[in-house]
Design a protein around this ligand. Sequence first.
Ligand code: GDP
Ligand code: IMO
Ligand code: MG
Length: 424
Amino acid sequence: MINKADVLLGLQWGDEGKGKIVDVLTPNYDIIARFQGGPNAGHTLEFNGIKHVLHTIPSGIFHPTAINVIGNGVVIDPVIFKKEIEALLKLGVDVKSKLLISTRAHLILPSHRLLDAASEAAKGKNKIGSTLKGIGPTYMDKTGRNGLRIGDIETNEFKEKYDTLVEKHKQILSFYNYEYNLQELEPIWFEAIEFLKQLQFSETEHYINSAIKDGKRVLAEGAQGSLLDVDFGSYPFVTSSNTICAGACNGLGIPPNKIGNVIGIFKAYCTRVGSGPFPTELENETGEKIRQIGKEFGSTTGRPRRTGWLDIPALKYAVMINGVTELMMMKADVLSNFENIEVCTHYNYNGKVIDYLPYNIDPSYLKPITVALKGWAEDLTAIDNKSKLPQTLLEYIQFIEKTVEIPISIVSVGPDRTQTIRMK
Ligand code: GDP
Ligand code: IMO
Ligand code: MG
C-alpha cells in the first residue's frame, strides 16, 4: 500500500478543538506539520493539569519523538514565535531538535500588523474582526510577490528587502492616515529574527516528501476552519489563507495523490469569533449558557465567542469541500443539561426550503430551520468508555452520522487529553 499523509482540520469557524486532538493523535505519527495560518490561531492542549496555548508551533510538540514542521503556507511573526519558543524551552521541551521551519514560510513584519489595524479601522462597522496579527497584509504581500521569507533571513540582502517593503507599507499607512510608531516595534522584531537563527530552517517540502516515501506517518494540522477559508468561507468575513484540505497540499508541498485520511473536527454546537454571518447564532440566554459552560472566549484574543446550534448544511458543505473521511465531535460535555438540543437541518433561503449552504448566507436572505432532539442530563466529563455514554447522546451522534454520511470516530468530553472517547 502507498503511504499517505493524513490531514486534520476544523469544519466550522475555527476553535473546534484541533489542538487537543492533534495532541491526542500524535503518538500515532512521526511528523506533525502546520500548513497555513499564523499567530491568529490559538490551539489549546491540556494534560497533567496544565493548559498550553500554541499559536505558530504544531500541536505535536509535547511528545518526545514527533518532528514538528512549520510549512511554507504558514506566516510567522518572529516576536510571537520567540515568546512561544521561550515558554516551551522553560518547560524543558527540546524545541531546537524537534522543530523544522520552512525556508518558504513568510514573515509578518511589524508594519503588517499596523496595516491590519489601519485596514480594520478604515472599514468601521464593516470590519472583519481580524485578530490584528497582520495575517491579511502578510498574505497580500505573498500573493503580490513582495513578501519576505524565512530563507531571506540568512541572505546579505535581508535588511535591504525589509526596508523596501516597509517603505511601501509606510505609503499605504499614510494613505490610511494612520498614526503609528514603527521605531518602537522594530528593535524587538530584529532581536527575534536573530533568535530564530538558532532554529532549523529547512526545505521542508523535500523533508516531508521523503518521509512519506520512507513510510513515515505524517499528520498535517490545519488552523482556523473551513468556513473561514478565503475561497469557500463566508467571504469577506474570512481569514486570508486556504484552510481546507487543499491548503495542506500547497502549504506543505504534499501532492494531492499523497493525501490519505481527512479528519474533520467539529464542536457539538457552533461558535464564531469576529464579524460575519452565523445562521444558527443564539443571541439569547441559551447562547449565553453555551458560552459560559463551554468557556467560549478566544484563545488568542480573549474575545467572547458567538455561539449557536449545530449547522448540518454547513457541516456537509465543509465535509464535501475537504473530502472528510472521519469526523471527531468536540465539547459534547458542554451540552449536558439542555432539555432539548436543536440542530439546523435546512434553511429558508428567500422563501424556499433548501438543504445546502448557498453563496449568500446573510441573515436577511437565509434563516435556519431546526429540529429539536432530546438532550441528556448526565455529566460526561468522567466517562472513559463509549458504553457509558447516555442513550440520547448516542442518538445525537447517530443523527449527525446519518445526515452527514461520515462516521464519528472520537467524541471529546472535556479539554484534557484523557477526556477522549474512541467510538470504534
Ligand atoms: P483550536 O483552535 O481548534 O485548537 O481550539 P481552541 O483551543 O481555540 O478552542 C477549543 C477550546 O475548547 C479550548 O479551550 C480547549 O481546551 C477546549 N476543549 C477542547 N475539547 C473540549 C471538550 O471536549 N470539552 C470541553 N469542555 N472543552 C474542550
Ligand atoms: P484557530 O486555529 C477562530 C477569525 C477572526 C476573524 C477572521 C479573520 O484557533 O481555530 P485574521 O486575523 O485571520 O485576519 O481574522 O478569522 N479567526 C479565527 N477564529 N479561530 C481561529 O484560529 C481564527 N483565526 C482567525 O476572528 O473573524
Ligand atoms: Mg483556536
